[in-house]
Design a protein around this ligand. Sequence first.
Ligand code: ADP
Ligand code: MG
Length: 250
Amino acid sequence: MKKSERHIDPRTVYVKTKYRDIGKIIAFSSGKGGVGKSTLSAFSAMYLANEGFKVGLLDLDLYGPSCHLILGADIGKYPEEKNGVVPPKVSGVYFMSSVFYSENKPLVVRGKGLNDAALEIMTITNWPNLDYLIIDMPPGLGDILLDVSELLTPKFVVVTNESRISMESVKKLLFYIKEQGLPLLGLVENMKMSEGDFIERECKNLNVPYIGKVGFYPDIEENYGEKDGFLKKDVFKDIAGIWRRIHESS
Ligand SMILES: Nc1ncnc2c1ncn2[C@@H]1O[C@H](COP(=O)(O)OP(=O)(O)O)[C@@H](O)[C@H]1O
Ligand SMILES: [Mg+2]
């Protein structure tokens, strides 16, 4: 440990070092809530696992965790402990979330408490040798984004829907990512209903790669909690298309 690091939280040094072993860390983020970050994170993790990769999924939306619902995780029991907390394998994905401990009760913390909870989860989780770690980020710019950017330096996939209101918030996140020089894979347009190219044009103007789109599927929640059901759905083809583009560009 360097002299300058002695006075900081030792967990940050540990996390920075430990997560370097992971093949690729990809964070699904957005300036906005409700655009599909959790859906795309969880579906992406299931898709990659189905392709044969060793995949972890970390739900860092501590105020509104939802990946457990999409994967179908049993949150009724604590994960096993062995040299840390062992993330259970759910729908083919090594999964960690605060819900294993909060048992669906709300997490009522502010400021430093939130960062502390996120840092603790990152520290105690004993991930296996992963090809991919997918992170489901909380909406917007804030404490968790700052920590994740600094400690894990993931590649960002930014999610929006085709609305102007969503894109306006997303622009602020893109500005931050660019200003900080963070790796950006590009933007995914989710719940696409129209033939319009508004988001694609915005991407061109902002010089941000447009990764692709995922359509609006009203029955998407029917297969939450069952991987095999999801793999047969049309949305799976869209997710596969998104990953084809990501693989090509990274
Ligand atoms: N492609 C889609 N088609 C239809 N509904 C979707 C799609 N993606 C997400 N949803 C729905 O939109 C809502 C918000 O999605 P969610 O993944 O929770 O967003 P976020 O994590 O950004 O808040 C959920 O009810 C989800 O089922
Ligand atoms: Mg979410």
